[in-house]
Write a new protein. Structure first.
Length: 251
């Protein structure tokens, strides 16, 4: 078989029912090209291989798992990208869907990579540590609302699909898990530039206990900072609020 590597955050899914629920969530939104991130022992992969008329690729960094997958699932020959997901370019021309039981130690970085690929990502269904999943879908005003919530929700509609028990994995992680889905927004909220938007959101939440006026003072002219919205803290602003403020930023 294979060994589980703690250093790679490996907790492999073993619950067939959860695998089927993930595939059902994928198939709600038909696709032709699919990338699985971190197939590991292939629990989900074998279900993905059964989907008809799609081009499937997997990205796996662990040498041992690559060898195991190639031996166990000959249909994966030529379909495994033997690298870290964080180091690859988009694996397809045109649009594709992303799925995975994401390694929890890099799951936030995976989301930011998908944000970079947003013009090609037509859907993402991913398993996250429950707290990370909750942060991604959090609404403004909540304690879990932060940088990742705003940046993802500016470009994707987020859906919290279902939670997964620790016992669904080998070895069981010390945290609960949840599966979420991202779908590209049909209409993006207007903003002056994506560069300004990312800068504003990250700066605002970098000092989230301060009022917006104090947290983002360097990004606006003093006269602009007199507006009432700057009396609020970052987590009180909606995605649309942040986007609207980009038009008043310096430079």
């Amino acid at each position: 078989m294979y060994t589980l590597k703690k250093s790679l955050g490996q907790h492999f899914l073993r619950d067939e029912n959860i695998c089927r629920k993930i595939v059902a969530a994928l198939e709600d939104h038909p696709f032709k090209q699919l990338l699985e991130v971190g197939p590991g022992g292939g629990a989900l992969t074998k279900h993905l291989l059964a989907i008809q008329n799609i081009d499937l690729k997997c990205v796996e960094v662990d040498d041992e798992k690559v060898l195991y997958l190639q031996q166990t699932y000959p249909a994966l020959t030529g379909k495994i990208i033997h690298k870290s997901f964080l180091d690859i370019d988009p694996p397809f021309e045109g649009n594709f869907t992303v799925v995975g039981n994401f390694p929890y130690n890099i799951s936030t970085q995976i989301v930011f990579k998908i944000l970079e690929w947003r013009t090609q990502t037509e859907c993402m269904v991913g398993m996250f540590q429950k707290e990370v999943a909750q942060r991604i879908v959090a609404a403004s005003g909540s304690k879990t609302y932060g940088v990742i919530s705003v940046l993802v929700q500016a470009f994707f509609d987020t859906q919290y699909l279902f939670e997964v028990s620790e016992q669904a994995f080998n070895p069981p992680p010390k945290v609960k898990s949840a599966v979420i889905r991202l779908l590209p927004k049909k209409e993006l909220v207007p903003m002056d530039s994506e560069r300004k938007f990312f800068l504003l959101v990250k700066t605002a939440f970098n000092q989230r206990r301060k009022t917006l006026r104090n947290a983002v003072r360097a990004l606006f002219e003093p006269a602009v900072l007199e507006a009432a919205i700057f009396n609020q803290r970052a987590e009180q602003l909606t995605v649309a609020d942040f986007a609207a403020l980009t038009y008043q930023m310096r430079g």
